[in-house]
Design a protein around this ligand. Sequence first.
Ligand code: TXA
Ligand code: MG
Length: 352
Amino acid sequence: MKETILLKVDPVEPDLSKIHRAANLIKSGGLVAFPTETVYGLGADALNANAVVALFEAKKRPMDNPPIVHIGDLKDVNKLAAFVPSQIEDLIEEFWPGPLTLVFKRSDLVPAVTVAGLETIAVRMPKHEVALSLIRESGCPISAPSANLSGKPSPTTADHVLDDLNGRIDAILDGGPTQIGVESTVLDVTVDPPTVLRPGGTSVEALKKSLGRVRLHAHVEAEKEHESGTARSPGMKHKHYAPRAKLVLVEGPLSAVVEKVNELAGTYKAEGSRVGVLATDETASKYEVATVLSMGSRFNLETIARNLFASLRKFDSESIDVIIAESVPIDGLGLAVMNRLRKASGYNIVKV
Ligand code: TXA
Ligand code: MG
């Protein structure tokens, strides 16, 4: 166990002495968690193979699942990517900094372990002053997966990071809760048409508007486990976002969903389980269980995305055994929310 230093910073105007301290840790091969606009990331110098190995170990992450490489300046993408198609240059202009990760053919700059031996690299420029100042002050691209133990819901506060990684990492820059709450959208631009590998903070609708044609990888809307051989993004085949509690997702028209959730809650309670319901503002009062958490209004998918992971972690902190979750519409950020809920359930989906 090492001591994890907590560095509290203003999210908009971070104290430069604290950024400097965190950057020195990165430069000397250490691990520093930091906020981005999506979720907290766990950073290591992407050019330092030992630091990246330590990053995988701290998270207990399988070595075949490469983290995203974060940059602090648009033009740094040209160092990491072998080449950037001109249509994608326009996309970068429009969406960076922001919650969009692009997968390119890679250059030889980073060591093999940083990309888990792949010929491609996932790059993004986050839209958060703390993240940007840390990257710039460190003077290197920063490999940063979400700062959770592998398989757990991603952290949206510094407390979530501490719950998972206290004593395993060198420091946390605490810039308060993150804005978007789900991870970035991962778009593979090595194929035509560009293909969404993971839905996230940038909506597919926005990408289509900009690119014309965009394909969704089958995993994006998957309602059951896919054969691991078909995984295009290594992360697809690993367990993800799962709270300790078992999660059952109920999909269908809202009134039927409410009815089914109540029925399932009754069944699990009768078995002696502690049941929690993951609901929305419009439905929260309709459930007769002790722990009902609302993610927000169904008419505001941004709020729902922001609260999703914190709610899953809250059920665990209240020792809930079974979470029964409502589904939400799959437009905008709803697609990312449903993708996370389906995975968190292990595809334990009840259709009504
Ligand atoms: O919002 C985010 O993206 C957060 C913050 C910290 O930036 N980061 C994040 O990183 O979610 P991570 O490592 O937890 O997820 C990265 C995803 C994984 O699904 C991984 O498999 C995929 O990106 N990925 C990384 N490199 C790839 C590559 N070369 N080709 C395809 N997918 C890749
Ligand atoms: Mg992750």
